[in-house]
Design a protein around this ligand. Structure first.
Ligand code: SF4
Length: 210
């Protein structure tokens, strides 16, 4: 896996011109077994022209019920952190590596993640974020490298296809372990600083992003 690679997936490889279009097709997807055990495909939420995008692991119970990513307790915490860092929820986009809830909220298998990734790749291609935040190991392994561990690389910028990538802990990990809040806040301060620096650079070049 990794952001540079696209895998075989007829629907995921289609030519889509808008997020709405790909969402409509994705909602019908049955390419892996995860779809059999969930209520619905959870595509994503937020600004289709976001310059800051968040990628998590997969839907949980509340997400499966509501059809939106990050709306349970972990999602509410993520929203709070995003706003505390100076962003509005309307300016960001939030998605997941897999779009159907794994049974019992287990970690998606590598095969499930590989099968679903083309949808995320299409989302990224259409949104064209400047900065992407990988929330937790599954996101880091899907976007950057399957051998990476979040504990080793959180807080360190990476780059793929012109997109700056910041790995940080998943908000669910913060709910389990309060000591992770401080490093995540440090990561968000870096994200904010970079976002503003990029905005200033684009503004100077006559193409403002905020
Ligand atoms: S998890 Fe992804 S690939 Fe599997 S059925 Fe759902 S949308 Fe399709």
């Amino acid at each position: 896996m990794g952001i540079a690679k696209d895998t075989a997936h007829p629907e995921g490889q289609g030519q889509y011109t808008s997020l709405a279009e790909i969402r409509e097709v994705c909602l019908q997807c049955r390419k892996c077994k995860l779809r059999q055990g969930c209520r619905q495909v959870v595509f994503g939420r937020g600004n289709p022209e976001a310059r800051l995008m968040f990628v998590g692991e997969g839907p949980g119970e509340q997400e499966d019920i509501q059809g939106l990513p990050f709306v349970g307790k972990a999602g509410q915490l993520l929203d709070k952190i995003i706003e505390a860092a100076g962003f509005s929820l309307e300016e960001v986009y939030i998605g997941n590596i897999v779009k159907c809830r794994p049974p019992g909220n287990r970690v998606p298998t590598l095969e499930e993640a590989r099968t679903c990734m083309p949808w995320l790749m299409k989302q990224i291609q259409l949104i064209r974020p400047k900065i992407m935040v990988c929330l937790g190991s599954t996101a880091v392994q899907g976007i950057l490298d399957p051998s990476l561990r979040i504990t080793k690389i959180r807080g360190r910028w990476a780059e793929r296809n012109g997109i700056l990538i910041m790995p940080t802990y998943h908000p669910a990990a913060l709910l389990r372990d309060e000591s992770k809040k401080r490093p995540v806040w440090e990561d968000f301060k870096q994200i904010r600083k970079m976002y503003l620096a990029l905005a200033e650079r684009e503004c100077t070049a006559g193409n403002p992003i905020v």
